[in-house]
Design a binder for this molecule. Structure first.
Ligand code: NAP
Length: 304
């Protein structure tokens, strides 16, 4: 029987682990499929306080993990496939074990949104990617296209200019959602250009990506564009499938929490992008992780 299990190993989950471990709760973190969460798939992190010269995303999560382990956190590199929140203790099943816990912190984060167009699924890993850090290297001196107009599209597009012969950012409007700092940096980079008012309607290739079909959002005209690597950065969807019909969610499937991160089930707390669709910053998720751990500690004390 565990006191507290933390689901997820991004900034929220690992910070919750640091705080829960320092409260002598010996938390168990079930990491999920991708250790480190979203920040581990990004390159330079320049806005995390305490690192004035920046650091790499994976390095940040590795340091958080070491800090959590130093105080007694245990990590299981597994994925939860079933939960029963009606039972007390709460029951969780992973691919390899069943766990019981008095308190649960859900820090399962969010995953990249898909374009949902023909060819996307078939060509993922064969030219289509959601992670420049992971796959940029494969497109050295190749033609790269990035979809999206937010900070992620520009940050990763800029990173990809180190590899590709050219990077084209395709955006569905003619104004960026990204903040001015990244927008200016992107506009100054002569290996990066923009295609405005265009959406990808089809991804084409036979075993490997060859071209995309683009549609002009103003005229409706379609065109083909040859491309070797297509990186999709069009936002995220919360990882909440596991909790359907057990935890309260909003119309976009984000968990609903009170100001202290309590869900509708006593003893179940949420932290990070699984409920936060507004800020989506590593430091904010870390803050939520801290709050959830402190609330879990109070909840456990109330059981005694
Ligand atoms: P985002 O800000 O939600 O931007 C998503 C972009 O994708 C938008 O430009 C949107 O277009 C476009 N889009 C959405 N659905 C689409 C579709 N089906 N087809 C084509 N385009 C589509 O997401 P994000 O860029 O991942 O950023 C998420 C959060 O993380 C933001 O708060 C951002 O500030 C933060 N972030 C910060 C940094 C940094 O500070 N350096 C880096 C990365 C991310 P519209 O603009 O037309 O809606």
């Amino acid at each position: 029987m565990e006191d507290v299990i933390i689901l997820g190993s991004g900034c929220a989950g690992l910070t919750a682990a640091i705080y829960a471990a320092r409260a002598s709760l010996q938390p168990l973190v079930i990491t999920g499929n991708e250790f480190g969460g979203q920040i581990a798939t990004t390159t330079e992190v320049e806005n995390y306080p305490g690192f004035p010269t920046g650091l790499q995303g994976p390095e940040l999560t590795e340091q958080m993990k070491q800090q959590a382990e130093r105080f007694g956190t245990r990590l299981e590199y597994d994925e939860v496939i079933e939960v029963d929140l009606k039972r007390k203790p709460i029951v969780l099943k992973t691919h390899s074990a069943t766990y019981e816990t008095k308190a649960l912190i859900v820090a399962t984060g969010a995953s990249p949104r898909k374009l949902a167009v023909p060819g996307e699924l078939e060509l993922t890993g064969r030219g289509v990617s959601y992670c420049a850090t992971c796959d940029g290297f494969f497109f050295r001196d190749k033609e790269i296209m990035v979809v999206g107009g937010g900070d992620s599209a520009l940050q990763e597009g800029l990173f990809l200019t180190k590899f590709g012969s050219h990077v084209t950012v395709v955006h569905r409007r003619d104004q960026l959602r990204a903040g001015p700092a990244l927008a200016e940096k992107a506009q100054r980079n002569n290996k990066l250009s923009f295609l405005w008012n265009k959406v990808v309607t089809q991804i084409n290739g036979d075993g490997a990506l060859k071209q995309v079909t683009l549609k002009d959002t103003l005229t409706g005209e379609t065109s083909e564009s040859r491309v070797d690597g297509l990186f999709i950065y069009i936002g995220h969807l919360p990882n909440t499938n596991l909790f359907k019909s057990q935890l309260e969610m909003d119309h976009e499937d984000y968990l609903v929490v009170d100001p202290y991160l309590h869900t509708n089930v006593p003893g179940v707390f949420a932290a990070g992008e699984v409920h936060d669709k507004r800020f989506r910053q590593a430091i904010v998720s870390a803050g939520f992780g801290c709050m959830a751990a402190m609330e879990a500690e109070k909840y456990l004390a109330s059981l005694d």
